[in-house]
Design a protein around this ligand. Structure first.
Ligand code: SF4
Length: 463
């Protein structure tokens, strides 16, 4: 059997064909044109209740190596540990670990069912790395056009790679400059990890669907819609596959390790794509890019970039003052040797085990922090590693950085500015970007939630 990861190691360009577990079609090919093809099985893309990728993998031939997606939406670390054991038993060792988009049945947790939790990709990579025996992929969205959200994406990519990711698969997108930047980033920081680009034959219907449904993290501009609509009107719909073929050939020239091919799992679609790859593979990079640009009617280079509304690009003075005050308090009350010694002495008393005392302590902590930072008593305070912006104020509860779903600094949930953009902007202003780049913040165990982080902090410190 051809081995996906060995292909990456040996610099052999390959195509990962994505299948949805809701799909009835299981047509599998071992190559598309001259490129080896492998199977990628997506996790709950169609609905929150899609069949699990592991279960779905049994419906595909054993002779083709697979990459299974695991999305952290609605999952915790225990679910992931179980998944790893099952994957190992099923001989699956290529995983793409994602935080995932918003669960369609997301619960905010104010009333009714508990708040939906999201296992962050950084934490999943850390755990899978400890298990050993897996080749780990992570997702990356380079299509961010506000400075802070782009910074936040790259800062988190540093963390994913430091946590142990072996390869990267980008978000679906058509802005070749943004993809070239991602490749240049890896080179600049001497990261050896391989990168694959996500491609999809973009028809007018698919583009309209993504715009109408605001599919998280995907950028389709009015210019792109117009080009596709004009083509459809004059019967040039096959250009959809020609463009996809050109993208694949361009990525090969640019040194990408391969592509993740979405929405092209029917044989007739693959044959059309294959015929265009074969027809144009003799062209060099300059000719391929020229053809790509002419098909998209590129004149200024900004045709794939969304319109940027005006917004403040600096942290506000109140954000800066709040940071300075909280930083001063944190250093004095939690980081100094005296504070750690006194705190440890106070909280080691068995008195705090008694329920009324524990309840009073938790309430005091909540009252003093909720109004200031939005504390939700997670029991493992991470404020010192998040520039005093509580990760629980992210609807997905992400501490290590943003998911890929923001749009011009707006959260995927649409009701607020992304806290990770705020953090990235603040970090730049106060010279703390290394904290957001280096510090891998562990996930919060369920049993710790609803306990006092003060007590947990002092008891965990060495005196
Ligand atoms: S990180 Fe946890 S303990 Fe700290 S403020 Fe946020 S919810 Fe509260």
């Amino acid at each position: 059997m051809l081995n996906f990861f060995r292909h990456l190691e040996h610099h052999k360009f390959c195509i990962l064909v994505e299948y949805l577990t809701s799909s009835k079609t299981h047509h599998v090919v071992q190559n598309i044109a001259s490129f080896s093809a492998f199977i990628a099985i997506a996790d709950r893309l169609h609905s929150d209740h899609d069949m699990a990728p592991l279960e779905a993998s049994q419906h595909y031939p054993e002779s083709v190596d697979k990459v299974l997606h695991f999305a952290g939406k609605g999952r915790d670390i225990q679910d992931f540990e179980l998944f790893l054991q099952q994957a190992k038993a099923a001989n699956i060792n290529n995983l793409l670990l994602l935080t995932g988009d918003k669960l369609k049945e997301h619960c905010h947790g104010q009333e009714g069912p508990p708040r939906t939790r999201y296992l962050e990709s950084v934490n999943a990579v850390m755990v899978a790395k400890r298990h050993g025996g897996f080749h780990l992929g992570v997702a990356f969205n380079p299509f961010k056009y506000a400075e802070a959200e782009r910074d936040a994406q790259y800062l988190k990519l540093h963390k994913k790679l430091k946590a142990g990711a072996d390869f990267i698969i980008t978000q679906l997108g058509y802005d070749m400059d943004a993809l070239k930047q991602a490749k240049a980033f890896l080179k600049h920081y001497h990261y050896p990890q391989k990168i694959l680009a996500c491609v999809m034959p973009l028809s007018l219907a698919r583009a309209n669907f993504m715009v109408k449904n605001k599919v998280a993290g995907i950028v389709i501009t009015p210019h792109m819609l117009k080009v596709l609509a004009d083509e459809k009107q004059v019967g040039l719909s096959d250009r959809v596959y020609l463009r996809c073929a050109l993208q694949i050939l361009i990525f090969k020239h640019l040194g990408f390790a391969g592509v993740h091919l979405s929405a092209c799992h029917k044989r007739e679609e693959q044959m059309l794509l294959e015929s265009y790859i074969e027809q144009y593979q003799h062209l060099d990079l300059v000719a391929l890019e020229a053809l790509w640009n002419s098909l998209w009617q590129v004149k200024t280079g900004k045709e794939f970039v969304p319109e940027l509304p005006y917004y403040s690009r600096q942290p506000t003075s109140s954000q800066l003052i709040k940071y300075q005050q909280l930083h001063f308090m944190h250093e004095a009350l939690f980081e100094s040797k005296i504070a750690k010694g006194v705190g440890h002495f106070i909280f080691k008393a068995s008195f705090w085990e008694h329920t009324p005392a524990a309840k009073a302590l938790l309430k005091t902590e909540f009252i003093s922090k909720h109004g200031v930072v939005g504390c939700e008593s997670c029991g493992q305070c991470r404020l010192g590693d998040t520039l005093y912006i509580c990760p629980e104020t992210c609807p997905k509860g992400l501490a290590n950085g943003p998911c890929g779903g923001t749009t011009l600094d707006r959260c995927e949930f649409g009701d607020r500015e992304c806290i990770h953009s705020v953090k990235a902007r603040l970090a730049k202003a106060v010279g703390q970007t290394d904290v957001l780049k280096e510090k891998l913040i562990p996930t919060v165990p369920i049993k710790v939630r609803g306990t006092s982080s003060w007590k947990n902090w002092y008891l965990a410190t060495e005196t």
